[in-house]
Design a protein around this ligand. Structure first.
Ligand SMILES: Nc1ncnc2c1ncn2[C@@H]1O[C@H](COP(=O)(O)OP(=O)(O)OP(=O)(O)O)[C@@H](O)[C@H]1O
Length: 599
């Protein structure tokens, strides 16, 4: 129950004195309930329904003695008024308590969501390479939802525990023997119920694992729906779904069985216990009806609370895996933290003057494997120039660009920005100066205008149109029925591949970056549009540093420098023409494989 202890600590840190105040309110409720309990027997006596001898019961007998001094009618009135006041007092405390608890819960969950999201988003790139997106989505939605439920159970558990303790204290004063017997049996049962708690936790884990598989599968299937349909894989995916749903169903039914069994055992034990008490008190000790009534009332009051504690513990155990997975993720993010407040506080940008340099940089995605994605890479990317990075698929082009942006950290060697070592302290300033267009650009389900303004929220429409012109996108946007206000669907699904690329390029240019990085950013364009984009890049040459990854070598003819990568190593560096003239070189081989590209 490390997770539960941790979260009680976190609730306390969040709510501070309010939680203590709530505990005191619970103590008051317990005391008021106990006083009400003491008043019931005199009340019954006064109504004349029963005439119970209270002389052997402490506190109650004193109270009866005091009431005897007052006239019968008045004493009944007094008892009734006190009784009403007690109930009103309890209700007021309860009302206040439930409002405070709701505030603690909502505030705590809001803070937990914000903290978890902040820790995720500030983690380094290698964290994201290692995580499944669906796991993170599930954690931010379902698991935090479970933590919210768990929080509720924790507060219920604490309030039941406090109320039970107060009532038990009152019962020990009123009828010590009987109360201590009930408590001992209750405690013994709570200990025995550890079996149920352990099983509940196991169900929680199984459920967490199954729901992870479910979320990941659904995400994959929806992302790959075109492939599923195109390859008629519907039946195979339906079978996967049926199998998984069966497992989820079985797990849920087994858990429900466990809960029902534990409640059945508690109810049976309570009935048997009550019968045994009544039998023994009546037959063995010739008990007075007053004591008998007390036994029944004590039992009826304390036992359900012991059962409620057990139920809360079981429910908490089932939620524990969710608590633990949130803690685990937060700790992982902390250990993989890339950005602190200091880095985000300033809005410094770097205006690249000399260039970016790699000195003997090596990098592996998995340090347990021998394969180096980059091996002893040394190169200089001059400021203001256009550097093209080429090579076969898997040669290490994207890895190199990620390294230059400070997303990947070199295992050996170093990256220099204008001669200064790239560390997490200047990585943010560097990235603020970069516009990066990835192979799989990010567009969200909003209008073209909102997508363009993602990096420059204050940009006016004329600047948007200028950026669209530069990216050869203005013509197609003007043709859309709502122009800039056209909604483009999830990840821009309502646009063609080439339109998406041009839109993302326009967004990148809108930022007027010091460094523009294009990773296969024009691969989906037709020849004519690509030629127009090339013209734009040629016009921008000299105004910013451009790094272009390209498979189509026709697009890099104007490059100031071409870097040829192979198996994570730099094989050639030179101008397009120099490399094309190196007969037998890797670049001329690549050129040879691309029909129609001049050498
Ligand atoms: N997240 C990752 N985890 C493990 N290995 C990776 C990861 N990303 C890339 N690699 C490996 O690193 C090497 C370089 O990959 P990289 O993506 O940099 O190549 P690339 O030249 O950009 O390829 P492409 O042209 O196909 O995009 C490859 O062997 C690839 O399998």
């Amino acid at each position: 129950m490390r997770g539960i202890r941790y979260f009680i600590g976190r609730i306390y840190r969040y709510s501070g004195p309010i939680l203590l105040y709530n505990f005191i309110a619970m103590l008051f409720i317990g005391v008021l309930q106990s006083i009400g309990f003491v008043f019931i027997i005199p009340l019954l006596n006064m109504t004349g329904i029963v005439a119970l001898d209270m002389s052997s019961v402490p506190v109650v007998s004193d109270l009866m003695g005091k009431l005897e001094g007052i006239a019968n009618e008045q004493s009944l009135l007094a008892v009734l008024i006190v009784y009403i006041l007690l109930i009103v007092g309890q209700s007021l405390f309860n009302w206040h308590l439930s409002m405070q608890n709701k505030r603690i819960q909502q505030g705590f969950i809001r803070q937990l969501r914000e903290d978890t999201y902040r820790s995720i988003i500030r983690a380094n790139w290698s964290f994201f390479l290692a995580q499944r997106k669906s796991d993170l989505v599930k954690l931010m939605t379902t698991e935090i939802g479970n933590v919210k439920k768990g929080l509720n159970y924790t507060l219920q558990f604490l309030s039941s525990l406090i109320l039970t303790s107060v009532k038990v204290g009152a019962a020990v004063i009123l009828a010590p023997g009987i109360a201590l017997t009930i408590i001992s049996i209750g405690a013994a049962l709570l200990l025995c119920s550890r079996y149920f708690t352990r099983r509940a936790k196991q169900f929680g884990y199984d459920n967490l694992m199954l729901s992870k598989v479910y979320a990941a599968g659904i995400t994959d299937h929806l992302n790959g729906m075109k492939d599923i349909k195109g390859n008629t894989l519907e039946t195979a995916h339906e079978a996967w779904m049926t199998d998984l749903c069966g497992q989820v169903e079985r797990n849920s039914i087994d858990f429900a069985k466990l809960k029902a069994s534990s409640q059945f055992i508690y109810q049976t034990v309570s009935a048997v216990l009550l019968a045994i008490f009544v039998y023994f008190l009546l037959n063995m000790f010739q008990s007075q009806p007053a004591e008998l009534l007390l036994v029944i009332m004590l039992f009826a009051s304390i036992w359900p609370m012991i059962v409620r504690i057990q139920i809360s513990v079981e429910k908490l155990a089932a939620m524990a895996p969710s608590f633990e997975s949130v803690i685990h993720l937060q700790q992982l993010c902390l250990s993989e933290r890339e950005l602190g407040e200091e880095q985000l506080a300033h809005d410094r940008r770097i205006n690249l003057r000399q260039g970016l340099t790699c000195r003997s940089v090596s990098f592996r995605y998995n340090r347990e494997r021998e394969h180096y994605a980059l091996n002893n890479v040394s190169l200089h990317i001059a400021a203001g120039g256009l550097t093209a990075i080429v090579g076969a698929s898997g040669a290490g082009k994207t890895t190199l660009v990620d390294m230059l942006m400070g997303l990947n950290e070199p295992e050996c060697g170093e990256v220099l920005v204008d001669g200064e070592r790239l560390t997490c302290d200047n990585a943010i300033a560097l990235r603020r100066s970069i516009s990066y267009v990835s192979q799989d650009p990010f567009l969200f389900n909003a209008s073209i205008r909102d997508n363009l303004k993602l990096l420059q929220p204050e940009a006016a429409d004329d600047r948007l149109w200028k950026a669209l012109e530069l990216a050869a996108a203005a013509k197609f946007v003007k043709r859309l029925p709502h122009g800039l206000d056209t909604f483009i669907g999830d990840r821009g699904v309502r646009l063609s591949g080439g339109e998406k690329q041009r839109l993302v390029l326009a967004r990148a240019l809108l930022r007027e970056p010091s460094i523009l990085i294009l990773d296969e950013a024009t691969s989906a364009l037709d020849t004519e549009t690509e030629w127009r984009v090339q013209e734009t890049l040629a016009r921008l040459q000299g105004t910013m540093t451009m790094i272009v990854i390209a498979h189509r070598l026709s697009t890099i003819r104007h490059a100031d420098q071409v870097v040829v990568l192979d198996g994570g190593e730099v094989r050639q560096v030179g101008t397009y023409q120099e490399l094309a003239n190196e007969r037998g070189g890797l670049f001329s081989k690549l050129l040879g494989k691309q029909v129609g590209v001049p050498s």
